[in-house]
Design a protein around this ligand. Structure first.
Ligand SMILES: [Zn+2]
Length: 241
């Protein structure tokens, strides 16, 4: 079910308060037009009745694709609040599980902004694995560390422009949000990674790197997990694969 709720929102320009109907959940099977609104950045856009200023209201949003059996929870927050978002996400899943989650249960994803939500929708619709895509981003960051600082640059997967030969990633400046460069990654290398990770030991390594629910190469680079007390030979080594 797609849901909306009416909120009183103050215009960021003139301060005028007005009732606004905001979308809080999208079911793409029941309401595919809302997916298009989301992708075109038309969802939860308000035009102020007082001054005509146009702005977007960022609210938590649950995106559900029943055909492909995934749900993505958008909790708008800066990346530093990822741990708090994960706590809320787990609480939401417990509440959902107490009601009527479809069976088999959909895969649950957590993202922190609209750009990540759109990226994840396209990625899942293309049948790709979010952990392996973040793994690829991690290796792109580490191989280009002199010009791709994860603090200042975000890598976004671009499913629409990707081809049978190449996966495309876009470099976005975190502060200005400008898109600055395109990076190609050989799809054959992605397929090879999928094969590599297709066994229990390697899957465990991938899960260790990206335990989730918030899965992000930047987070792994900016908040590396605490070192272990001893160096195990099976410790994940990103340069190995
Ligand atoms: Zn206004």
């Amino acid at each position: 079910m797609s849901q909306t709720t009416v909120y009183t929102i103050a215009c960021p320009r003139c301060g005028s308060r007005q009732p606004v109907e905001l979308c809080e959940s999208i079911n793409v099977r029941e309401n595919p037009a809302l997916r298009e609104d989301l992708m075109a950045n038309r969802l939860n856009i308000v035009v102020c009745a007082g001054c005509g200023h146009r702005f977007r209201v960022d609210k938590p949003l649950l995106y559900h694709d029943p055909e492909r059996r995934f749900m993505i929870y958008l909790y708008p927050a800066p990346e530093e609040q990822a741990a708090e978002a994960e706590r809320l996400f787990r609480g939401m899943i417990e509440r959902l599980a107490g009601r009527s989650l479809p069976t088999p249960a959909p895969a649950m994803h957590l993202v922190l902004n609209r750009v990540e939500l759109v990226e994840r929708i396209f990625l899942l619709e293309a049948g790709l694995d979010e952990r392996i895509i973040e793994y690829v981003k991690h290796s792109v960051y580490t191989k280009n560390s002199n010009r791709l600082d994860p603090v200042r640059k975000r890598l976004l997967f671009n499913a629409q422009d990707s081809t049978d030969e190449h996966l495309f990633f876009v470099v976005q400046d975190v502060e200005t949000r400008q898109l600055e460069a395109v990076i190609q990654y050989n799809r054959a290398a992605y397929r090879a990674l999928c094969e590599t990770f297709d066994d229990d030991v390697q899957t465990a390594r991938l899960l260790e790197l990206f335990p989730g629910p918030y899965i992000s190469a930047r987070r792994l680079l900016l908040e590396p997990p605490a070192p272990r007390s001893h160096d195990s030979p099976s410790a994940p080594d990103l340069s190995e694969i």
